[in-house]
Design a protein around this ligand. Structure first.
Ligand SMILES: Nc1nc2c(ncn2[C@@H]2O[C@H](COP(=O)(O)OP(=O)(O)OP(=O)(O)O)[C@@H](O)[C@H]2O)c(=O)[nH]1
Ligand SMILES: [Mg+2]
Length: 681
């Protein structure tokens, strides 16, 4: 790998719905660029990017995989991400490491759930976006209709930069050298639409264009990049990853039209902690201090721990020293690696824009910032709001005595995956793991068994119910205890009111004249927080409530913290009981793909499980897709139900939508099941 400069680097993430062909496309790109001798296939399990044994079993990407290659004068770092909704965590993290999101659309199935979600995530992150319509070789695809569907869904700024020709066997350029004949639509019109769109961002070019009637596309580099960066243009390319049609042209688009690290929008970093944090903009200058962000951590049985990072500023060289966050002790970059799937290539330096890795540095964690100066101790990425993990499972080791080991491994796995949460519930002594869906957790269990040789038992998912209140109310408690020696005394008056959904918890101190001495206010809040955490009626966390403490009484000798904690808790429970408390449950969007003959089973089942059907649409191969909403609690065992209807031909995915009040009979059941924890009085 010769010496290159930052201007020659391109970074992109392949994102989009499961099965749209991202991993296959990565293979075709690597092959056409000369990085691999022959393209592998997902079916044969020999692709560069789906190298994990579990990915081969499931025939879906489960993790983000990085592969670099050279094309023309460019070094491209490409990240192949999973499209299955359960594995969106790594796809979203990858967006922080690149300038461009390449959203792959399956020509057979059109705009799907993840297509839209990734368009939005990429836009929110400020990325340049490129739409790639894949599988143009397939039977029964209606590409003109799909183009219309895309523009309707994502706007008129989505414009083809090439068009299929020769019956989908190749593509013709519409930007630099418009001239050929396309299978549909007009190359000249597509060219004009692109130029029109690009010059709109630059007045000087616009004036020239109006005057001359045309502008050579080669002169438009800067406004083109600006239009990409501002989301004013989302070019569309056509390819077949299978036949290779359009792949060479796509590589040329990467080289000539995708932004360099200096032309994209860097991710938003913050410098400092808490409220004092200030936005910090990295500059892709190789001479500045190093700022690199770890967007993936993996544990490989052979290589050990691998921390994969994107350099945003400065140059990382082999044998240099890097700090991790605000850690005092640097580590030595004894081996600097670039990746191609599981293959690692040692390199001497990584420039701004490069994606590289270091092995066996135990302190490296997901999302860490690596840097080479204490000036950068407090730089971190602005936190990303990942989808909430709502699918829960209680797990315990099959063998007694493995509890500690299970907990440690789970912690390690949760640290690698931002959408996996683990929790130890003391009351039941259970380890609860929460992920984005059934498959997410199933893969986790498979990994425990295959990689860590740890067998576990599981219980049905615990649903993440919530409690909240629906009315204002007053609460009061006088906590008084006389036990031989010193007594306890504290009295609290408070008001509570519902907050808008999602607002969480607010605590307001309106006590005047020291009725509750200042030093005891935190104790009152502590008592209230105990109820917030453990719930008031059914044992689930209480959300969206404002608590205003406005009066109380204290005793010069007997008032102590413990008394106000108890009084705060009881006053709050008293208020909640009068504030019409309700239980909320998670509702999910569900998409079920089944053979046409099973549509009735799916829709009938959804209706009988308190769900509703939003619509159905045909997929290729005699399959139909049903979309709807249903309470998560009703999906227990859905996988096996689906299997029994369809003989294993169905698949489904869910995604959290919102919280809704449970019906009264369900609330009664939940309240009855909950044995109120005994509080000392
Ligand atoms: N006909 C046709 N099939 C393709 C093409 N590209 C991919 N496929 C097939 O589509 C299926 C899914 O391909 P993948 O590459 O695994 O799709 P993916 O987008 O990586 O899927 P996830 O990893 O689950 O997100 C495989 O059976 C591929 O062989 C194409 O250009 N034409
Ligand atoms: Mg894949």
């Amino acid at each position: 790998m010769g010496s290159i400069s930052t201007e020659e680097i391109r970074t992109l993430a392949l994102v989009g719905h499961a099965g749209s062909g991202k991993t296959t496309l990565a293979e075709a790109l690597l092959h056409h660029a000369g990085a691999i001798a022959a393209p592998g296939s997902v079916q044969r399990g020999n692709t560069v990017c789906d190298f994990d044994p579990l990915e081969k079993t499931h025939q879906h990407s489960l993790y983000a995989a990085v592969a670099h290659f050279n094309h023309g004068g460019a070094r491209v770092h490409m990240i192949d991400t999973p499209g299955y909704p359960d594995f969106l965590g790594p796809a979203i993290s990858s967006l922080e490491a690149v300038e461009t999101a390449v959203i792959v659309v399956n020509a057979q199935t059109g705009v799907e759930l993840t297509t839209g979600r990734m368009m939005n995530w990429a836009e929110r992150r400020g990325l340049c976006r490129l739409l790639v319509i894949n599988k143009i070789d397939a039977e029964n695809v209606d590409l003109p209709k799909l183009l219309g569907q895309i523009q309707e869904a994502f706007g008129k700024e989505c414009l083809p930069i090439n068009l299929p020709a020769g019956g989908g066997g190749r593509v013709v350029d519409c930007f630099f050298n418009p001239g050929g004949e396309a299978d549909f639509s007009s190359v000249a019109d597509a060219h004009r639409a692109l130029i029109d769109q690009v010059v709109e961002v630059n007045e000087a070019f616009m004036a020239r264009y109006l005057e001359q009637g045309d502008i050579d596309a080669h002169e438009l580099h800067e406004p083109f990049e600006q239009a990409l960066r501002e989301g004013h243009l989302v070019p569309i390319c056509f390819v077949s990853a299978r036949t290779g049609a359009g792949v060479k042209e796509l590589l040329d688009v990467f080289e000539h039209l995708l932004p360099t690290p200096a032309e994209g929008n860097p991710p938003q970093f913050l410098k400092g902690e808490g409220d004092n944090a200030q936005p910090f903009k990295t500059e892709p200058d190789p001479g500045k201090h190093v700022v690199a962000q770890v967007f993936k951590v993996s544990v490989d049985p052979f290589v050990g721990k691998l921390g994969v990072f994107r350099v945003h500023q400065g140059t990382v060289t082999r044998d240099s020293q890097l700090f991790i966050g605000d850690g005092r002790k640097p580590f030595k970059v004894s081996q600097l690696l670039m990746l191609r799937g599981k293959e690692t290539v040692p390199v001497d330096r990584a420039l701004p824009g490069d994606i590289a890795a270091v092995a066996k540095v135990e302190e490296i964690v997901y999302d860490a910032v690596l840097h080479d100066s204490h000036d950068e101790d407090h730089i971190h990425l602005r936190p990303i709001e990942f989808p909430s993990p709502i699918f829960g499972l209680a797990i315990e080791p099959a063998k007694r005595g493995d509890e500690q080991r299970l907990w440690e491994i789970m912690q390690k796995l949760a640290a690698e995956d931002p959408c996996l949460k683990i929790e130890h519930v003391h009351t039941t002594n259970e380890t609860i793991v929460q992920g984005l869906g059934e498959l997410h957790l199933r893969v986790l269990l498979e990994k425990l068994s295959s990689q860590y040789k740890l067998e576990v038992k599981t219980h049905p998912p615990r649903i993440a119910y919530r409690e909240t209140i629906t009315a204002k109310a007053e609460g009061h408690s006088r906590h008084k205890k006389q036990t031989g020696g010193a007594g306890q005394f504290g009295e609290v008056f408070l008001r509570i009111e519902p907050l808008e959904r999602g607002k969480g918890f607010e605590f307001v101190d309106e006590v005047r004249g020291g009725a509750i001495p200042n030093q005891f206010i935190p104790a009152v809040e502590k008592g209230v927080l105990q109820v917030i955490e453990h719930g008031a009626i059914a044992g689930y966390p209480l959300h969206d409530v404002r608590v205003i403490v406005y009066d109380g009484k204290s005793h010069p000798v007997d008032s102590k913290e413990i008394a106000f904690v108890a009084a705060g808790r009881k006053a709050f429970l008293d208020a909640v009981a009068k504030a019409r408390p309700i239980v909320l449950e998670p509702i999910v969007d569900i998409q079920v793909n089944v053979p046409e003959a099973n549509i009735g089973d799916v829709t009938g089942d959804l209706s009988s499980k308190r769900g509703h059907v939003a619509g159905t649409h045909p997929l290729s191969g005699g399959l139909m897709s049903v979309r709807g909403q249903v309470p998560l609690s009703e999906l227990n065992g859905y996988g096996s139900r689906l299997k029994s209807w369809t003989g294993g031909q169905g698949s489904y995915s869910v995604e959290f939508s919102h919280y809704e009040q449970v019906p009264p009979n369900v609330q009664q059941q939940l309240v009855a099941q909950h044995k109120a924890p005994v509080h000392e009085d």
